[in-house]
Design a protein around this ligand. Sequence first.
Ligand code: CA
Length: 232
Amino acid sequence: MQKRILIVEDEPAIRDMVAFALRKGEFEPVVAGDAREAQSAIADRVPDLILLDWMLPGTSGLELARRWRRESLTREIPIIMLTARGEENDRVGGLEAGVDDYVVKPFSARELLARIRAVLRRSRQDDEEGSVAVGPLRIDGAAHRVFAKVEGSEHPVQIGPTEYRLLHFFMTHAERVYSRTQLLDHVWGGSVYVEERTVDVHIRRLRKTLEPFALDGMVQTVRGAGYRFSAS
Ligand code: CA
Protein backbone atom coordinates (compact mmCIF):
# COMPACT_ATOMS: atom_id res chain seq x y z
CA MET A 1 0.00 0.00 0.00
CA GLN A 2 1.25 3.48 -0.83
CA LYS A 3 2.43 5.57 2.10
CA ARG A 4 0.36 8.69 2.63
CA ILE A 5 2.38 11.87 3.05
CA LEU A 6 0.89 15.14 4.24
CA ILE A 7 2.50 18.29 2.79
CA VAL A 8 1.90 21.42 4.86
CA GLU A 9 3.13 24.33 2.75
CA ASP A 10 1.53 27.69 1.96
CA GLU A 11 3.35 28.31 -1.33
CA PRO A 12 1.31 26.60 -4.09
CA ALA A 13 4.30 26.26 -6.46
CA ILE A 14 6.37 24.35 -3.91
CA ARG A 15 3.35 22.34 -2.77
CA ASP A 16 2.64 21.23 -6.35
CA MET A 17 6.29 20.43 -7.02
CA VAL A 18 6.52 18.30 -3.89
CA ALA A 19 3.21 16.53 -4.59
CA PHE A 20 4.43 15.76 -8.11
CA ALA A 21 7.74 14.38 -6.79
CA LEU A 22 5.91 12.25 -4.23
CA ARG A 23 3.61 10.74 -6.85
CA LYS A 24 6.63 9.89 -9.00
CA GLY A 25 8.17 8.28 -5.93
CA GLU A 26 5.00 6.19 -5.52
CA PHE A 27 3.77 7.95 -2.44
CA GLU A 28 0.28 9.30 -1.95
CA PRO A 29 0.44 13.07 -1.33
CA VAL A 30 -2.17 15.02 0.62
CA VAL A 31 -1.83 18.81 0.68
CA ALA A 32 -2.61 21.50 3.25
CA GLY A 33 -1.90 25.24 3.04
CA ASP A 34 -2.05 26.05 6.74
CA ALA A 35 -2.48 24.63 10.24
CA ARG A 36 -6.26 24.37 10.00
CA GLU A 37 -6.19 22.42 6.73
CA ALA A 38 -3.45 20.20 8.13
CA GLN A 39 -5.52 19.38 11.22
CA SER A 40 -8.53 18.42 9.14
CA ALA A 41 -6.38 16.28 6.80
CA ILE A 42 -5.00 14.41 9.84
CA ALA A 43 -8.48 13.99 11.30
CA ASP A 44 -9.58 12.55 7.95
CA ARG A 45 -6.78 9.98 7.93
CA VAL A 46 -3.52 9.87 9.87
CA PRO A 47 -0.60 10.18 7.41
CA ASP A 48 2.55 8.01 7.49
CA LEU A 49 4.78 11.09 7.40
CA ILE A 50 4.42 14.89 7.43
CA LEU A 51 6.43 17.37 5.38
CA LEU A 52 6.11 20.61 7.29
CA ASP A 53 7.06 24.07 6.07
CA TRP A 54 8.80 26.18 8.70
CA MET A 55 7.21 29.48 7.67
CA LEU A 56 3.43 29.24 7.53
CA PRO A 57 0.81 31.97 7.84
CA GLY A 58 -0.68 32.04 11.36
CA THR A 59 0.57 29.04 13.30
CA SER A 60 4.25 28.40 12.43
CA GLY A 61 5.60 24.99 11.47
CA LEU A 62 7.52 24.86 14.72
CA GLU A 63 4.39 25.46 16.82
CA LEU A 64 2.56 22.80 14.81
CA ALA A 65 5.36 20.28 15.34
CA ARG A 66 5.25 20.93 19.09
CA ARG A 67 1.48 20.52 19.18
CA TRP A 68 1.61 17.26 17.20
CA ARG A 69 4.26 15.84 19.50
CA ARG A 70 1.99 16.48 22.50
CA GLU A 71 -1.10 14.79 21.04
CA SER A 72 -1.44 11.01 21.16
CA LEU A 73 -2.93 10.76 17.64
CA THR A 74 0.05 12.48 16.01
CA ARG A 75 2.89 11.83 18.47
CA GLU A 76 4.55 9.09 16.44
CA ILE A 77 4.14 10.47 12.92
CA PRO A 78 7.61 11.26 11.55
CA ILE A 79 8.02 14.94 10.61
CA ILE A 80 10.45 16.35 8.05
CA MET A 81 10.75 20.12 8.20
CA LEU A 82 11.14 22.21 5.03
CA THR A 83 13.27 25.26 5.75
CA ALA A 84 14.64 28.12 3.72
CA ARG A 85 18.35 28.79 3.66
CA GLY A 86 19.21 31.05 6.56
CA GLU A 87 16.72 29.35 8.87
CA GLU A 88 19.25 26.60 9.45
CA ASN A 89 20.24 28.07 12.79
CA ASP A 90 16.75 27.31 13.99
CA ARG A 91 17.33 23.62 13.47
CA VAL A 92 18.11 22.88 17.06
CA GLY A 93 14.81 24.50 18.03
CA GLY A 94 13.05 22.19 15.60
CA LEU A 95 14.84 19.13 16.90
CA GLU A 96 13.85 20.12 20.42
CA ALA A 97 10.27 20.27 19.17
CA GLY A 98 10.59 16.68 18.00
CA VAL A 99 11.24 17.06 14.26
CA ASP A 100 12.96 14.01 12.72
CA ASP A 101 14.84 15.57 9.83
CA TYR A 102 15.27 18.68 7.68
CA VAL A 103 15.33 19.51 4.02
CA VAL A 104 16.67 22.93 3.04
CA LYS A 105 15.03 24.79 0.12
CA PRO A 106 15.71 24.67 -2.73
CA PHE A 107 15.91 20.88 -2.69
CA SER A 108 15.82 18.33 -5.49
CA ALA A 109 13.06 15.74 -5.76
CA ARG A 110 15.74 13.08 -5.42
CA GLU A 111 17.07 14.49 -2.15
CA LEU A 112 13.57 14.83 -0.73
CA LEU A 113 12.61 11.25 -1.63
CA ALA A 114 15.88 9.94 -0.16
CA ARG A 115 15.17 11.67 3.15
CA ILE A 116 11.57 10.47 3.24
CA ARG A 117 12.62 6.88 2.59
CA ALA A 118 15.33 7.07 5.26
CA VAL A 119 12.91 8.40 7.89
CA LEU A 120 10.24 5.83 6.99
CA ARG A 121 12.79 3.01 7.06
CA ARG A 122 13.85 4.06 10.55
CA SER A 123 10.31 4.05 11.89
CA ARG A 124 9.55 0.70 10.24
CA GLN A 125 12.64 -0.88 11.83
CA ASP A 126 11.24 0.13 15.19
CA ASP A 127 8.07 -1.82 14.55
CA GLU A 128 10.04 -4.92 13.73
CA GLU A 129 12.20 -4.67 16.79
CA GLY A 130 11.16 -6.58 19.85
CA SER A 131 10.40 -5.82 23.43
CA VAL A 132 13.07 -5.19 26.01
CA ALA A 133 13.30 -4.39 29.72
CA VAL A 134 16.13 -2.77 31.69
CA GLY A 135 15.66 -2.00 35.36
CA PRO A 136 12.34 -0.21 35.85
CA LEU A 137 11.96 0.56 32.10
CA ARG A 138 10.14 -1.67 29.66
CA ILE A 139 9.51 -1.32 25.92
CA ASP A 140 6.61 -3.12 24.33
CA GLY A 141 7.95 -3.38 20.78
CA ALA A 142 4.69 -4.47 19.16
CA ALA A 143 2.65 -1.71 20.82
CA HIS A 144 5.51 0.76 20.32
CA ARG A 145 5.16 1.91 23.91
CA VAL A 146 7.43 2.56 26.85
CA PHE A 147 6.54 1.91 30.50
CA ALA A 148 8.26 2.94 33.70
CA LYS A 149 7.78 1.15 36.98
CA VAL A 150 7.46 3.52 39.91
CA GLU A 151 6.84 2.13 43.39
CA GLY A 152 5.62 -1.18 42.03
CA SER A 153 3.20 0.10 39.40
CA GLU A 154 3.80 0.69 35.69
CA HIS A 155 3.19 4.05 34.05
CA PRO A 156 3.17 4.80 30.31
CA VAL A 157 5.99 7.10 29.17
CA GLN A 158 5.11 9.74 26.55
CA ILE A 159 8.00 9.66 24.11
CA GLY A 160 8.83 11.11 20.68
CA PRO A 161 9.85 8.87 17.74
CA THR A 162 13.57 9.69 17.75
CA GLU A 163 13.80 9.37 21.53
CA TYR A 164 12.02 6.01 21.25
CA ARG A 165 14.63 4.74 18.80
CA LEU A 166 17.43 6.10 20.94
CA LEU A 167 16.02 4.53 24.09
CA HIS A 168 15.43 1.23 22.31
CA PHE A 169 19.03 1.18 21.14
CA PHE A 170 20.29 2.05 24.61
CA MET A 171 18.14 -0.58 26.29
CA THR A 172 19.29 -3.30 23.92
CA HIS A 173 22.91 -2.16 24.39
CA ALA A 174 22.96 -1.22 28.07
CA GLU A 175 26.11 -0.66 30.13
CA ARG A 176 28.21 0.11 27.07
CA VAL A 177 29.67 3.45 26.03
CA TYR A 178 28.84 4.82 22.58
CA SER A 179 30.32 7.87 20.89
CA ARG A 180 28.07 10.38 19.13
CA THR A 181 29.22 9.04 15.76
CA GLN A 182 28.37 5.49 16.78
CA LEU A 183 24.95 6.58 17.99
CA LEU A 184 24.35 8.39 14.70
CA ASP A 185 25.25 5.21 12.81
CA HIS A 186 23.05 2.95 14.92
CA VAL A 187 20.07 5.16 15.67
CA TRP A 188 19.97 7.51 12.68
CA GLY A 189 21.22 4.93 10.17
CA GLY A 190 24.40 6.85 9.38
CA SER A 191 22.53 9.65 7.61
CA VAL A 192 25.10 12.08 6.27
CA TYR A 193 22.72 14.96 6.89
CA VAL A 194 22.58 14.66 10.65
CA GLU A 195 25.12 16.55 12.74
CA GLU A 196 26.70 15.25 15.92
CA ARG A 197 25.05 17.89 18.09
CA THR A 198 21.73 16.38 17.04
CA VAL A 199 22.63 13.47 19.30
CA ASP A 200 23.05 15.83 22.26
CA VAL A 201 19.68 17.41 21.57
CA HIS A 202 17.90 14.06 21.58
CA ILE A 203 19.82 12.87 24.64
CA ARG A 204 18.54 15.98 26.40
CA ARG A 205 15.00 15.26 25.25
CA LEU A 206 15.27 11.64 26.34
CA ARG A 207 16.42 12.69 29.80
CA LYS A 208 13.53 15.14 30.03
CA THR A 209 11.17 12.31 29.05
CA LEU A 210 12.50 10.09 31.85
CA GLU A 211 12.71 12.88 34.42
CA PRO A 212 9.13 12.57 35.77
CA PHE A 213 9.98 8.97 36.75
CA ALA A 214 13.36 9.98 38.24
CA LEU A 215 15.04 7.74 35.64
CA ASP A 216 16.93 10.45 33.70
CA GLY A 217 20.12 9.38 35.48
CA MET A 218 20.07 6.12 33.49
CA VAL A 219 21.33 8.13 30.50
CA GLN A 220 24.90 8.87 31.53
CA THR A 221 27.42 11.21 29.96
CA VAL A 222 30.86 9.66 29.75
CA ARG A 223 33.32 12.55 29.54
CA GLY A 224 35.31 12.63 26.31
CA ALA A 225 33.74 9.36 25.14
CA GLY A 226 30.00 9.70 24.65
CA TYR A 227 26.97 8.21 26.36
CA ARG A 228 26.04 5.09 28.26
CA PHE A 229 22.71 3.69 29.37
CA SER A 230 22.93 2.05 32.73
CA ALA A 231 20.54 0.25 35.07
CA SER A 232 22.66 1.14 38.07
CA1 CA B 1 6.12 29.13 3.65
